[in-house]
Write a protein that binds this ligand. Structure first.
Ligand SMILES: C[S@@+](CC[C@H](N)C(=O)[O-])C[C@H]1O[C@@H](n2cnc3c(N)ncnc32)[C@H](O)[C@@H]1O
Length: 296
């Protein structure tokens, strides 16, 4: 029987009554069987270890050192069936790490990416004491909450046009004892005030490129968080345009950009009378974060 069918029938405990007794196996056997199946399906076997650790409530070294202990394999079968269907590990676990903190995530929000930590670093290094910071498209709240938790002297407001995303950001705010303000706004249309820093990881993928994304992204992450429309720069252009009204004279816009968008961003900045003050590359050497300052 192919591994896939074996796994599915095991998930149903091979016709056993649903209310039947728990079927236990040795931890080492469960782990070895699922790591092998994950490899055959092109899934990182580390995902098996992470989910097994969550279920057992013990660390990986514990799992390795106590392979003779018994475990009910059914919960792991269920979670891995979701992983094999393409669901990202972070949604299955309901959480991920960003800037050394744990954030709740689900299909209402984009999963925070490591390269987005560059936006946080760029903001922290430029924020004067007591600066006012605005995060556009906050999603899980990861950028805004990280900035505020690192620097409680800053006043941070975070906006999104997704009410569902704002609800999850509010849960992260409470869990992480953050004091950011949250508001619904289409880019900056609902916002008044004066800001020293406007930060954002906006949706920047051109609509026609969505079909070519990994299944994990294309079929599971919210499309409103991925693409703003045909060109991919629709929200970026609006952020640059609308920021002028709210930026203080020596304020900055700090934004994540997509692969290959650097020259388009330079054109947008020039048209909207902004200077490109800095371009920060990620670990792969891709220009990932742009820092703009207004002139004229
Ligand atoms: C790429 S996600 C970034 C989420 C989060 N800041 C992060 O870095 O993980 C973009 C976010 O922008 C929001 N968004 C999309 N269009 C928007 C608009 N017109 N106005 C405000 N927010 C918008 C989406 O709902 C989504 O939460």
């Amino acid at each position: 029987m192919p591994l896939s069918e074996r796994s599915e029938s095991k998930g149903r405990m091979r016709g056993a009554p649903l209310t039947g007794a728990m079927m236990t196996e040795r931890l080492a056997a469960v782990r070895a069987r699922h790591r092998q199946e994950a490899l055959e399906r092109g899934i990182n076997p580390r995902d098996v270890d992470v989910l097994l650790s969550d279920i057992v409530g013990k660390s990986l070294p514990y799992l390795i050192g106590h392979g003779e202990e018994s475990v009910d394999a059914a919960p792991l079968d269920k979670l891995l069936a979701r992983r094999y269907a393409g669901e990202p590990l972070q949604y299955i676990r309901g959480k991920t790490d960003f800037f050394s903190r744990e954030f709740l995530v689900d299909d209402r929000v984009l999963i925070p990416r490591p390269e987005t930590e560059l936006v946080v670093e760029a903001a922290l290094s430029r924020a004067g004491r007591g600066a006012h910071v605005l995060d556009i498209g906050t999603g899980s709240g990861c950028i805004a909450i990280s900035i505020e938790r690192e620097r409680p002297d800053l006043r941070v407001i975070a906006v999104d046009n997704s009410i569902a995303a704002l609800a999850l950001a509010a849960r992260n705010r409470a869990r992480l004892s953050s004091r950011i303000a949250l508001a619904a706004s289409d880019v900056l249309s609902g916002i008044r005030g004066a800001f020293d820093l406007i930060v954002s990881n906006p949706p920047y993928i051109a609509a026609k490129e969505i079909g070519a994304l990994q299944v994990e992204v294309r079929d599971f992450e919210p499309h409103g968080a991925l693409t703003p429309g045909k060109s991919g720069t629709e929200v970026i252009e609006r952020i640059v345009e609308e920021s002028r009204r709210l930026l203080r004279p020596d304020g900055r816009v700090i934004m994540e950009i997509g692969f290959g968008q650097e020259s388009t961003l330079r054109e947008i900045a020039a048209t909207k009378r902004f200077d490109v003050e800095d371009l920060i590359s990620d670990l792969a050497g891709i220009a990932r974060v742009i820092v703009l300052s207004a002139h004229g």
